[in-house]
Design a protein around this ligand. Sequence first.
Ligand SMILES: Cc1ncc(COP(=O)(O)O)c(C=O)c1O
Length: 412
Amino acid sequence: MQLDIEYVRQQFDQIQDDPQFVFASNAGGSYVCNQANAVLEHYNRHTRVQPYAAYPSSAAAGEAMDRARRDWSQALNIDPSELTFGPSTSMNTYVMAQAVGHQWHEGDEIIVTNQDHEANSGAWRRKAKEKGVTIRQWEVEPDSGLLDVDKLMPLVRDNTRWVFFSHCSNIVGTVNPVRAIVDRIKSASNARVFVDAVAYAPHHVADLKALGVDGYSFSLYKVFGPHQGLLYVNRDIHGELASQAHYFNRGSPTKDFNPAGPQHAQVAGCAGVTDYFADLHAHHFGASAAPLARKLDDLHPLILAHESALAAPLLDFVDHHPGLRLIGKTHARDGDRAPTIALKPLNMSSQDLAQKLVDAGIGTENGSFYAHRLVSDLGIDPDDGVVRLSLVQYGNLDEVDRILRALDAALG
Ligand SMILES: Cc1ncc(COP(=O)(O)O)c(C=O)c1O
């Protein structure tokens, strides 16, 4: 069975706006699916009041927010008490740094990478410095930007408290084998593991219990939904962490890791994304009472095959072009390469190439994409950075073709 790409594209009104335009900047933020817009609109038109009071519109508002929590817990195969809706991943990791760091002491160690977006790096590093904790860096291969798990293990010690890395880098685009990495860390230490999945979740919403992580975070505005950061914290470790909630809310797991008031409509709107996935599943597999996590597993091979087919010609072109440097893995055959393709032109600036592509109707841009450490350590000026072409499940081969023609023309 193949992904019905026409059906997928019909779920996104914004694709229909300009058929000549190729949106290739999805890793920055995706289009919003019609299902999520419908939930947002309904919330704003009919239940835009303080939720959880007894009067009807307020009770309905609370139920809309609860539905989002139920649906996303089911999608991620976690308990509803393990899910926090926060403003963004950067804010969620900042808050988590306060929550985890309160127990760090001199002599402890943490491991961070130079592959990550700064959201999964700076907050932990700053907290470690404040507490006198040693920071060890799991370093990427300087040519490809890939992480080698064998190079992580010598860094893991008895006093390693947390290891932070990403499920997929927003530049390198290659998926890190999270379960295998977690197993190796846990067999060698008592360290906790936190994974940034912002660049992975648009391609697959993972079963978090199967991954075995302690914390996990991603941003729904890149997964076809409203601007919300979803944060998972395993309930087994809630007791180890310092609540960040108002004193009278402490111990309320849905508030402990988000001191902000929730953005009611945005939270409710998150259920529109699970509606989209449920619709996509029903379209391909028929009606089913299976839990959402299983439906997402059913959809995964279809989406992966489609996205790999989008990535393959782009990777091939960039890898073989003498005027381009490709970052990350050179092919998508192993099923671990997202169609997030970063390239550095060798004979012009990234800014010039990005502008030429924009002029040709390709929505892309250049920069470090806040993976500043990675881009610098790859030997690239982070201000000019790389050009990033990023596609998701609603991309099609015609768009890939148009990108290739635009690249070819731009490079002369
Ligand atoms: C891999 C990765 N992590 C974290 C973030 C930060 O997410 P947010 O914008 O929700 O703070 C981004 C945003 O681009 C990202 O790509």
